[in-house]
Design a protein around this ligand. Structure first.
Ligand SMILES: CC(C)(COP(=O)(O)OP(=O)(O)OC[C@H]1O[C@@H](n2cnc3c(N)ncnc32)[C@H](O)[C@@H]1OP(=O)(O)O)[C@@H](O)C(=O)NCCC(=O)NCCS
Length: 185
């Protein structure tokens, strides 16, 4: 039996660097994120570096789901600095949610960031990620700007995804994130 509105088994997911996105596509991504998160994403492209890697899920010619990866450095206590894939702006248009696009785009992402040491994000929908292999960082998280260390608010759930290059980690120890000067993403 065909399920109304179901997506195809293999959604059309395209990868683009930020610098490759034209103005119309950028505007569509901003609208999509704003609608899904009910928050203002109008400055998304002011903060993204040109080498951000976007995953765009299409239904016919329409972008229905999006996520972007940028490089950020982080350090788990007692380990060398890790090259992190910072995952942000994950969103599926409300009208297309619960049809597998978000899960599919996350799977595609994981398969395409294997040259990073680890992936991480700050999540609201924690359960969605925990069911997909992500793990909560249980120890304290601090941001480092020069010599200054400031704790991340406990309310911010920091989740990590182990990648093939991820070393042995103790999720109860301190995780230090390099600050992004004047950048949200
Ligand atoms: C979180 C978000 C990206 C998920 O996107 P999505 O496209 O709905 O994700 P999926 O469809 O893959 O999965 C969502 C749920 O629908 C279920 N689902 C997937 N296909 C389904 C189908 N055909 N029929 C019924 N349910 C289905 C999944 O099992 C999943 O449930 P689970 O989390 O309990 O396993 C989306 O809800 C969103 O944009 N939310 C607002 C912004 C946000 O919170 N972003 C996350 C950053 S913290």
């Amino acid at each position: 039996m065909l399920v109304a509105f179901s997506m195809t088994t293999h959604p059309d997911i395209r990868l683009r660097h930020t610098r490759q996105l034209d103005a119309a596509t950028r505007a569509t991504i901003v609208e999509l994120c704003t609608e899904a998160h009910q928050a203002d994403f109008s400055r998304l492209f002011f903060h993204l570096p040109t080498d951000g890697l976007h995953f765009l899920a299409y239904r016919d010619d329409q972008i229905v789901s999006h996520v972007v990866v940028t490089t950020r450095w982080l350090q788990a206590e007692s380990l060398p600095i890790l090259r992190g894939a910072y995952v942000a702006a994950l969103a599926t248009l409300p009208a297309y949610q619960k049809r597998g696009y978000g899960g599919a785009i996350l799977r595609e992402l994981a398969g395409n960031i294997t040259d990073y040491d680890i992936a991480y994000l700050e999540a609201e929908e924690v359960a969605f990620f925990l069911q997909r292999g992500w793990e909560r960082w249980r120890g304290p998280c601090v941001k480092r700007a020069g010599d200054q260390l400031s704790p991340l608010p406990a309310a911010q759930n920091l989740l990590i995804l182990r990648l093939p290059r991820t070393p042995q980690l103790d999720l109860d120890r301190t995780l230090t994130l390099e600050s992004q000067a004047k950048r949200m993403w």
